[in-house]
Design a protein around this ligand. Structure first.
Ligand code: NAD
Length: 507
């Protein structure tokens, strides 16, 4: 542990405990019960939130249904909807500092990254506003002289949005502005671990002039809130980001009403390192890919697949770089890796590592919890594990921590086989200077996103999502927007029907 780079506790003023309330039909509701969030890094209460039960959830769905059916939002022009979304984007930018501090205290992520997440989300709101103005259906003027076909797009209706704790503001912004741009009304439930930034966004929505009932927020747990949002007959679609296990429960809960389900779930994302790659860039990207957000990231590149000729030197370089990554106090401007979200999760990460060691794997770096002087106990060391076989749990399951698993290969064929030997299919990457190698990998990798010579870059324009047990449906981009729309075909006769009548009346 002595060779790691640790930022010890920094003394600074913390904001007062944040009070979170439900937003139902344009009114902030205190509710009778509350729950608290203790900061994983600072071990103090940082928010106290209203805790919803069935009654609050019902009220939120009723408000969203009423607002949708009344057309207070869905029947506005796209220009009017876009104007509100653009205003929200401006307000997000004006409130980055306040939202980011709360996000850091609740999630444990470094303040610089929380700021980047919140300010970057403003761009998603602007992009969604642009889609609202430019999206349109099709016309078919070639169906015969007395026919015109028009395909129009309608908002799908009331949407339940359920989000996780790892990127609370960003993931909400991958869904909410697109649903609103389409004309939907929504009920949002943030994770019980990170509820506050969603409430802060709710305040900005009201300030921007979003009509009452269009966006409702309920704070609380999966049971009963999330499951009622998934099963409710008055909800037309549920969009969920979280674990694969809960994704399956949501699919079951939604099946009773056959509502549309969009799922963004887990991943076990590989980066393949070919011997001809720019190895210095690749090592930097691997180090970033595994430690970003303490590895609590659906896109974490938690397994690398390295050519055996270069594996030893490459791993040594990654270990060397890992020692330089600044772990520690997330409120320190220079910190790159913060705290693990809960004590239970820290124990789960460690259990994966210990199980791999017992099965014969070697720990090249780290391999246990990390003590950061002056802060709570919820940190984990940067960890690199070699001698891993593809059947080990650490190579197959989502560890969701700062733990890199190394596998090796001899041929590209073998590397592609290892890449696709997974229940997941969120993202995959390859490092090579040969365009043919990159293209072959990109075509054959079973993943929603393939990166070549880069990792984790994303743009509002590019759809995001997974295959296999990483999910269904897409977010952001035009494809993400289309998820919130129903397609309706209008078949219109023009002038008199020239065809012979079907019923011979003799007339
Ligand atoms: P989680 O599945 O435990 O919880 C996610 C949300 O679902 C929370 O709001 C939770 O309260 C709610 N929930 C729990 N049980 C529910 C139920 N029965 N019905 C309805 N809602 C319920 O996930 P998490 O621990 O918050 O987040 C980590 C997981 O999210 C990881 O598996 C990660 O890979 C995944 N994730 C995926 C993406 C992606 O885009 N693919 C992005 C971020 C996180």
């Amino acid at each position: 542990m002595k060779d790691l780079t640790i930022n010890t506790a920094k003394s600074c003023d913390l904001p007062p405990v944040f009070t979170g309330r439900h937003l139902i039909d344009g009114v902030w509701v205190k509710g009778s019960e509350t729950f608290e969030r203790v900061s994983p890094s600072h071990d103090i209460v940082v928010s106290r939130s209203a805790k919803a039960g069935e009654a609050e959830t019902e009220a939120a769905v009723t408000a969203a249904r009423r607002a949708f059916d009344a057309g207070v939002w869905s029947q506005l022009s796209a220009k009017e909807r876009a104007t509100v979304l653009l205003q929200v984007a401006d307000l997000i930018e004006a409130n980055v500092a306040r939202i980011a501090v709360q996000e850091t205290l609740e999630s444990g992520k470094p303040i610089s990254q929380a700021r980047g997440e919140v300010s970057g989300a403003a761009d998603l709101w602007r992009y969604a506003a642009a889609l609202a103005r430019t999206s349109h259906g099709d016309s078919h003027n070639s169906l015969g002289e007395d026919m015109l076909g028009v395909v129009v797009k309608d908002p799908i209706g009331v949407v339940s949005i359920i989000t996780p704790w790892n990127f609370p503001f960003w993931i909400l912004s991958q869904k909410l502005p697109f649903a609103l741009a389409a004309g939907c009304t929504v009920v949002v439930k943030p994770s019980e671990v990170t509820p506050s930034s969603t409430v802060m966004l709710g305040e900005l929505l009201i300030e921007a002039g979003l009509p009452a009932g269009v966006c409702n927020i309920v704070l609380g747990y999966g049971e009963p809130v999330g499951s009622l949002m998934a099963s409710h007959k008055d909800v037309d679609m549920v969009t969920f980001t979280g674990s694969t296990a809960v994704g399956k429960q949501i699919t079951q809960a939604a099946s009773g009403t056959l509502k549309k389900v969009a799922l963004e779930l887990g991943g076990k994302n590989p980066q393949v390192i070919m011997p001809d790659a720019d190895l210095e860039n690749a090592a930097d990207a691997v180090t970033f890919g595994v430690y970003f957000n303490v590895g609590q990231c659906c896109n974490s590149s938690s397994r690398i697949i390295v050519h055996e000729d270069i594996a030893k030197a490459f791993v040594a370089r990654v270990v060397e770089m890992s020692r330089k990554v600044k772990f520690g106090d997330p409120l320190d401007e220079s910190t790159q890796v913060g705290a693990i979200v809960t004590a239970d999760h820290n124990a789960k990460i460690d259990a994966y590592v210990q199980e791999a060691i017992n099965a014969g794997a070697r720990v090249e770096l780290g391999g246990g919890p990390l003590e950061v002087e002056g802060l709570g106990p919820q940190f984990y060391q940067p960890t690199v594990v070699t001698g891993v076989t593809p059947d080990m749990a650490i190579a197959r399951e989502e560890v969701f921590g700062p733990v890199l698993t190394v596998l090796t290969f001899k041929t590209l064929e073998e590397a592609i086989k290892l890449t696709n030997d997974s229940d997941y299919g969120l993202s995959a990457g390859i490092w090579s200077t040969d365009i043919h190698t990159c293209l072959e990998f990109a075509r054959r990798a079973h993943a929603g996103t393939v990166w070549t010579n880069t990792w984790m870059d994303g743009y509002p324009e590019l759809a995001f999502g997974g295959v296999k047990q990483s999910g269904q449906g897409r977010e952001i981009g035009k494809y993400g927007y289309d998820e919130f729309l129903e397609v309706k075909s209008l078949v219109m006769r023009v002038g008199r029907d020239s065809r012979a009548p079907w019923v011979e009346t003799g007339a």
